[in-house]
Write a protein that binds this ligand. Structure first.
Ligand code: BEZ
Length: 209
């Protein structure tokens, strides 16, 4: 069964490179990114994991914990860490789940049999402090993900969780935002002084907060 936006993220216990963990206990009240990759010792995955390790300070700044997953064994994950460091200069600094029995992959529907019946696809789940799923993404094995985009979405999710705004196409942190339809013009004048009406349904303002 697919995991959809707004669903409770399924909890699980798993073996990882940082020991056995209960997902909810490990995550606590933070945000989390759970992402799967097809296979250890493969080129695209090597670049992805190194990139995520390099972005750890950016995830930390946003109170986001990151956890990776594949169906490979723990031993493979460990040995592969040295290759990731050799190639990208970055040490693995987040847990990798060894989902050999596919418990987590099945819970999160990370194996798409018509793409590959044994390996996980490149799934991404962003999970909020309330343990609800806020974002899902699925990429094919042949395309490495853009983790700057994942940080960008997290910025939008965290902003829109606090303020009655939405973010336009290609928005980046610090740029103007859209006032949601839930805010009347009177409230908008109070909450977002100087806001602009582009169309009656499209009102923009400086990024709050
Ligand atoms: C890769 O990471 O390069 C990869 C993994 C599985 C299938 C194809 C590519």
């Amino acid at each position: 069964m697919a995991v959809r936006l707004g669903d409770d993220a399924p909890n699980f216990t798993a073996e990882t490179t940082e020991g056995t963990l209960d997902f909810y206990d490990w995550k606590g009240d933070s945000w989390a990114v759970l992402f799967s990759h097809p296979k250890d010792f493969t080129p695209v995955c090597t670049t992805e994991l190194g990139r995520v390790a390099g972005l750890k300070p950016e995830f930390d700044k946003r109170d986001v914990k990151v956890i990776g997953l594949s169906v490979d064994e723990l031993g493979n994950h460990g040995d592969w860490g040295q290759d990731i460091k050799d190639v990208t200069g970055n040490e693995l600094n987040f847990p990798l789940i060894a989902d050999t029995d596919r418990t987590v992959s099945d819970l999160y529907d990370m194996i798409h049999p018509n793409a590959n019946d044994t390996l996980t696809v490149r799934s991404v789940f962003v999970i909020g402090p309330d343990n609800k799923v806020k974002l899902t993404l699925t990429y094919p094995a042949s395309t490495g993900r853009n983790f700057d985009e994942i940080l960008r979405v997290i910025d939008s999710l965290q902003l829109t969780a606090k303020h009655k705004v939405a973010t336009p196409s290609d928005w980046k942190d610090g740029e103007d935002v859209i006032i949601t339809g839930a805010v009347s013009d009177e409230e908008a004048a109070e909450q977002f002084p100087g806001y602009q009406t582009v169309k009656p349904y499209l009102r923009t303002t400086k990024q709050p907060g």
